[in-house]
Design a protein around this ligand. Sequence first.
Ligand SMILES: [Zn+2]
Length: 181
Amino acid sequence: MIILTAGHTGATSGAQCTATHFDEGAENIWLRNRIAEILTNKYNLVVLIDNDHASLSLVTKQINENATTEDIVIDLHFNAHTNPNARGTEAIVSDDATTLELRFASRLAHTSADALNIPLRSIKSETQTPNHRLAMLHLTPQSIILEICFCTSPQDVEAYRQHRENLAETLAKNIAELITP
Ligand SMILES: [Zn+2]
């Protein structure tokens, strides 16, 4: 089973960038819903999505109650930085990532960067991130975090707004391929 989660707790949560008029929480939801719709309608896959307003602790609890170690969670986010020149796609995995998690992280980061025609930054382990430990990477199912692009980069945001439909299509296609090899 595929579990798609929209980072943070709905519109006006997450990174808010006034320079690019970008609301991370709202965009995480748009992208999650569009990918889930394509996976369901075009690829006949079962997709579980999170509740938009649920706290991180409630979301992790619900996932652990409903998923098994065979399942995979893709947690969608957009990155932010004080430097508007910071750009590109990143994926984050736990320090002891499984083969499936590394495969998803690598493929989906490449797919996002290609779909938006923006730089591919890196596949990071959580200890390389400012928080060092991320709850979404310590669930019963396997999980990755995908940071689509920088919402503080005017170039990334322009690319995202122009290509988000294609991004959703190609992410869905690659998720379907990874889950049904
Ligand atoms: Zn975020």
